[in-house]
Design a protein around this ligand. Structure first.
Ligand code: HEC
Length: 195
């Protein structure tokens, strides 16, 4: 019940946080400013726009994140302290190990419950399972979070998550407890790797 209410409250606050909206606003502002510039600047602006547009159109991961995940993890991926953990500056470190890639697919596919700590802050909520996301969508949304909010942490030569990898890791199904155990084992492995 608490989650349903939170969800609604966040949705109401949602539109003003839409990242596409602010990008669109930026582009509009750029276009107004460009109007005032001489012709040579126009050519530069047209080039910027031509480069920026396909990137926006193909941002399926961004759209998936905005409509499914941002209500809790927030548009900037920074979460809400004590309620929803950040995905920014955190999960990029997980993919340094193959079991971290597997954990990320597992937690989004099957959900998780149990106390966790991220950046020294504790969380003990419910991450719901997302069976409605296709293998390709799940890969897109993870790649979006990894590339957009975890760029600094990605290991050298990081290979984006593929739909085939998601498909393979998605069966057999796991319980919340099993996914939680996955995370515990991953944290242990990452800390011994750091030593
Ligand atoms: C209703 C709120 C909610 C929504 C919506 C939600 N999450 Fe979560 N998510 C959580 C909570 C709460 C946790 C922590 C669970 C715990 O404490 O065991 C979590 C945990 C996670 C983790 C694990 C983080 C870590 O450090 O181990 C990942 C990854 C994640 N979510 C990704 C997503 C993605 C991707 C989506 C969208 C498809 C999403 N979440 C949608 C609430 C949510």
């Amino acid at each position: 019940m608490e989650f349903a209410l939170d969800h609604k409250a966040n949705q109401r606050a949602g539109p003003s946080l839409d990242p596409l909206q602010s990008i669109r606003r930026d582009l509009t502002n750029q276009s107004v400013a460009a109007n005032k510039l001489e012709n040579s600047r126009w050519a530069w602006f047209a080039l910027t726009l031509a480069v920026a547009t396909p990137a926006l159109a193909s941002s399926a991961g961004q759209k998936l994140f905005a409509s499914n995940c941002a209500v809790c993890h927030q548009v900037d991926g920074r979460g809400i302290a004590a309620f929803y953990p950040p995905l920014a500056e955190s999960i990029g470190a997980y993919v340094a190990l193959p079991q971290g890639r597997a954990y990320l697919v597992h937690v989004v596919s099957f959900g998780m419950m149990g106390p966790v700590a991220v950046h020294g802050q504790s969380y003990d909520g419910l991450m719901q399972p997302w069976p409605q996301l296709s293998d390709a969508d799940l890969a897109e949304v993870l790649n979006y979070v990894l590339a957009s909010f975890n760029g600094d942490l990605l290991p050298r030569g990081f290979v984006p998550v593929s739909a085939a990898e998601v498909k393979r890791l998605r069966s057999p199904p796991m319980s919340f407890e099993q996914v939680y155990a996955d995370r515990q084992a991953l944290m242990k492995a990452l800390s011994s790797k750091a030593k």
